[in-house]
Design a protein around this ligand. Structure first.
Ligand code: SF4
Length: 333
């Protein structure tokens, strides 16, 4: 029997109740819910870099925050090495928190502006009991060097660093706990293009050197293509397509993937802001999801079946999964 994947999400859903006004409560209007993550099933194998891509608002970040325990899932399981994190008590969860670490889009907002880098890393190591006090300084220097910073920079405050250097500090802090998985949520989208490449190359180097598994979340297809060996395409909380990077980019099976890819090469830095304009129509509300296939209001191939029945994610050919009643033959690009 083959080993279970390092991380398996099984029918994972995260919904949020919409706050009601007093009048709605008095009139006993039924509560409304925003479905951010809807029945997502995904395997992340050890050593994988799985790219999770989709428009902003499609649930990628909520999925990441649910996996690391910032949000409680509404249903489903988060199996890490076979153990369900979603079923653990807060205390059990805290004991496993080092295994899955997150790198955020804006490391500055998660760094205490009054603490030097050395203090930030020391605190992380101390709270999680990662090394004896006499080893701390050596470990801090090791972590800084791993991310391309020097010991001389250890006693500076976050404000003394550039955006790319702050992201390196965020990565060093995540590495301090010897994680098995790093979840990087739009880690380069706030950086200049030239700096983006440096941070992505650093992540690739660390992934290979430390044998890390990475869940890389981005709205940018080209970045995801560069770093990932597998890709999951998400739309309105659901996985629409999943497969190895090269075949998926060469021959997308889902109309949404196809449209995203056709839009991507034409994108200039200016047009990047207007990315959704390349796709017909607006992203529907996650409070009032369309019937049937949730992509049908924007899909050029929609049929009556699509408007009525939601397609399941199924294996269309070996290793290629697609949630569509009419997958594109031989890919659409
Ligand atoms: Fe388009 Fe129908 Fe496929 Fe949905 S199920 S993506 S509407 S063809």
């Amino acid at each position: 029997m083959s080993n279970p994947p390092l991380l398996r999400l099984e029918s994972l859903s995260t919904r949020f109740a919409i706050p009601q006004g007093i009048l709605d409560a008095v009139r006993r209007k039924p509560k409304q819910y925003l479905t951010a993550v809807d029945q997502v099933t995904l395997d992340v194998e050890s050593g994988d870099t799985l790219g999770l891509v989709g428009e902003s608002g499609c649930g990628k970040s909520t999925l990441a925050k649910t996996v690391i325990g910032l949000y409680q899932p509404t249903s489903g399981r988060i199996l890490f090495q076979g153990e369900d994190l979603a079923a653990m008590t807060r205390q059990q969860r805290r004991a496993r928190s080092g295994d899955i670490q997150m790198v955020f889009q804006d490391p500055y907002s998660s760094l205490n502006p009054r603490m030097t880098v050395r203090q930030v890393l020391r605190e992380e190591l101390r709270v999680h009991d990662m090394c004896p006090p006499e080893e701390m300084d050596r470990r801090i220097v090791e972590l800084l060097e791993m991310v391309g910073l020097t010991e001389q920079q250890a006693d500076r405050l976050p404000s003394a660093f550039s955006g790319g250097q702050r992201q390196r500090i965020g990565i060093a802090r995540a590495l301090a706990l010897n994680p098995k998985i790093i979840i990087a949520d739009e880690p380069v989208s706030a950086l200049d293009v030239s700096i983006q490449a440096q941070v992505i190359n650093l992540l690739i180097e660390l992934q290979q050197r430390l044998g890390l598994t990475v869940l890389f979340i981005s709205h940018d297809l080209q970045v995801v293509r560069y770093i990932s060996n597998r890709v999951a395409v998400m739309y309105l909380g659901r996985t629409m397509e999943l497969g190895e990077t090269d075949p998926l980019f060469a021959h997308p099976l889902h109309p949404y993937t196809d449209i995203l890819l056709k839009a991507a090469p034409r994108m200039t830095a200016e047009a990047r802001q207007k990315k959704t304009a390349a796709i017909h129509g607006d992203l529907p509300s996650p409070i009032h999801l369309p019937t049937g296939c949730r992509f049908h209001p924007r899909c050029p191939y929609a049929t009556d079946l699509c408007r009525q029945a939601e397609p399941e994610l199924r294996e269309v050919c070996p290793g290629r999964f697609c949630a569509c009643h009419h997958p594109l033959e031989g890919g659409g690009v």
